[in-house]
Design a protein around this ligand. Structure first.
Ligand SMILES: [Zn+2]
Ligand SMILES: [Zn+2]
Length: 144
């Protein structure tokens, strides 16, 4: 093996029941926390941690038929979760199936990125105010 070649980045993840298994074959681009009410409902938590994946880098290895997509109907990304156990795994561009965000929680190893912003900070619940951690906060969606 040529020691000057970086090993291919290879992240894996799965849902709680194991029906859906996937890999990510390129480094994640960036990550952030989302405090929007939609994330609170889908996760049951005060915020979620999500990363932007490179185009086409998310590959479903098992259980593509178990993956359910909820379309909020307002043009935002589809929320993809396991239809068997309910684990939330991805968000997918309704106009481009290869454009996905990934939820950090279900990943097996170190995702290689760290959440670097708080989005929809205005909606953080009373029971979990955003911790003072020096990261930028945006009351609504951050500017692209
Ligand atoms: Zn599952
Ligand atoms: Zn959200």
């Amino acid at each position: 093996m040529d020691s000057t070649v970086e090993p291919a980045p290879h992240l894996t993840g799965r849902c709680n029941c194991g029906a859906v298994q996937y890999e990510i074959t390129a480094p994640l681009v960036s990550a952030g926390y989302c405090h929007c009410k939609r994330c609170q409902r889908r996760s049951g938590a005060g915020a979620t941690a999500n990363a932007v994946a490179q185009h086409g880098s998310v590959h479903i290895l098992e259980g593509a038929s178990a993956l359910v997509a909820w379309d909020p109907g307002d043009g935002t990304f589809l929320k993809e979760f396991c239809g068997v156990c309910g684990s939330h795994l991805f968000a997918r561009n309704p106009r481009d199936p290869f454009d996905r965000k990934v939820r950090l929680g279900p990943l097996d190893g170190d995702p290689g990125v760290r959440p670097a912003r708080h989005s929809f900070a205005a909606y953080a619940p009373a029971w979990e105010p955003i911790a003072e951690n020096g990261l930028p906060r945006f009351d609504e969606r951050p500017p692209a």
